[in-house]
Design a protein around this ligand. Structure first.
Ligand SMILES: Cc1ncc(COP(=O)(O)O)c(C=O)c1O
Length: 449
């Protein structure tokens, strides 16, 4: 049975949400599977699975052909761009699809690199996933630019904003920063960081991969130049999406093959894309919208999009503005409900973790500051390696992670890299209070508390 004591009061229809995800009903060694591995990748609703297979069954073709399935593929991609434009709050021609965040970041960093010269500076942070660090290290090396590192406050794993500000100067050309840490859950003040970057004429490049499942993204409000995310971290297929301000996508010169169009956003997309997964992205965004409609109306009479809807989209995705406004509002409502449910889970798990002897939590632990973090927790327990804990929890049906999860600069800085990194517990909106309680009980048993 689900505990809805927290979620119902805050508007998330948890039973409805969970019913959308077929994989959540799996068992492991007779235990119900608890997916606390969201930071590595989330589960997908049935409609995402359906959209992918329906595309392959009915519309499978390359783009730009003079026949029905190709036209439907073009329309489907336009529809997905419009969906992601609603999700990110931008225009559809500012949405670039790619295999994942890392690939997109390497691609765009190469193009940005064409404008860099010796003596220019790029700012990266100690808190970031390496996918928002190594591409910038590489481009700086290629162009003779200097990389400056913004440090963290070790005691709560938050960015040292004074240090960050001191690293930004008239030579800074780009500031690369994560929206939220995939290791310790810190949410960075990205709007302020964008402001600091723009004050010296630098670009702001935001990695929102980890923030995506937890908080509403609004690139218009952030005023960032680029923002990248990965749909597989927020209940969609394994793909990446990049927002780029139109002026930058038009000005910068992509590395691309000559026959590919010069028009944005397609000129930024390399080769033939995974069309079936793009079909899944629309379904993913519609899931959010329906969750929001349910939490606003208190009703779960959801309209699930049919693949044939794609043929109505046309190429003028941004033109569907009536739909766009309503869907954006529904997405906003979904995130309000998600936020409140996740907050309740975070309070519950934090209370329980603090009682386990020998357990150290990295990151913000004070409930009064929970607005500065999400429900991604990095812990270590004296006498137990993270791998040992993750394995024993996994055997009991609790899927967590161990290691550095590519937040390598952080694990090295905190000197936990050589001893196995952290045990990471990731809470997303489909997790329940029972799962949290079960995890805490399993941890207590494993460590003999
Ligand atoms: C914060 C963050 N940034 C970037 C990435 C890389 O994303 P992708 O796998 O889409 O390349 C990840 C993946 O775990 C992440 O958590």
């Amino acid at each position: 049975m689900l505990t809805t004591e927290n979620s119902a009061a805050h508007g998330l229809d948890l039973a409805y949400a969970r019913s959308q995800f077929p994989s959540l009903s799996q068992t492991v060694n007779g235990h119900p599977a608890a997916f606390l591995d969201g930071p590595g990748g989330t589960q997908v609703p049935q409609r995402v699975i359906d959209a992918i297979s329906d595309y392959l069954r009915h519309n499978n073709a390359n783009t730009g052909g003079a026949y029905a399935t190709s036209r439907r593929t073009d329309a489907m991609i336009a529809e997905a761009r419009a969906a992601m434009a609603d999700f990110l709050h931008c225009d559809a021609d500012e949405v670039v699809f790619g295999p994942n965040m890392t690939t997109l970041t390497y691609a765009i960093s190469r193009a940005i690199g064409r404008e860099l010269k010796s003596g220019d500076e790029i700012v990266v942070t100690r808190l970031d996933h390496d996918a928002n660090v190594s591409p910038w290290l590489a481009v700086a090396e290629d162009r003779g630019a200097t990389v400056r590192w913004a440090e963290i406050h070790d005691e709560d794993c938050t960015l040292d904003m004074a240090d960050l500000a001191s690293k930004i100067n008239s030579k800074t050309k780009l500031v690369a920063v994560g929206y939220a840490s995939n290791a310790v859950g810190t949410i960075n003040p990205v709007k302020e960081i964008v402001r600091l970057a723009h004050a010296v004429g630098a670009l702001a490049y935001i990695d929102a991969v980890h923030y995506g499942p937890h908080g509403l993204i609004d690139v218009a409000a952030l005023d960032c130049d680029f923002l990248v995310c990965s749909t597989y971290k927020f209940f969609g297929p394994h793909m990446g999406v990049l927002f780029g301000k139109r002026e930058h996508l038009m000005r910068l010169r992509p590395y691309k093959v000559r026959p590919n169009t010069n028009a944005i956003p397609n000129c930024w997309e390399w080769g033939t894309m995974t069309h079936e997964l793009i079909a899944g992205i629309t379904a993913c965004v519609e899931y959010f919208a329906d969750l929001g409609r349910a939490s606003t109306n208190g009703a779960t009479s959801m309209r699930v999009p049919h693949p044939s809807d794609f043929s109505k989209g046309g190429n003028d995705a941004a033109g569907a503005s009536g739909v766009k406004t309503e869907r954006r509002a529904a997405i906003e409502a979904a995130y309000t409900a998600i936020h409140d449910h996740e907050r309740a889970l975070l309070e519950r798990i934090m209370t329980g973790l603090k009682k386990i002897p020998g357990l150290k939590i990295y990151g913000i632990t004070d409930p009064a500051r929970f607005h500065e973090r999400c429900g991604t927790l990095a812990v270590r327990v004296a006498g137990h390696t993270p791998l040992e804990l993750a394995t024993k929890l996994g055997d009991r049906g609790f899927f967590t992670w161990d290691g550095n999860y590519y937040a390598l600069n952080l694990t090295e800085h905190l000197d936990v890299e050589k001893s196995g990194g952290f045990l990471r517990i990731g809470l997303v909106h489909y997790n329940t209070a029972e799962e949290v309680d079960g995890l805490l009980a399993a941890l207590r048993e494993i460590v003999g508390a």
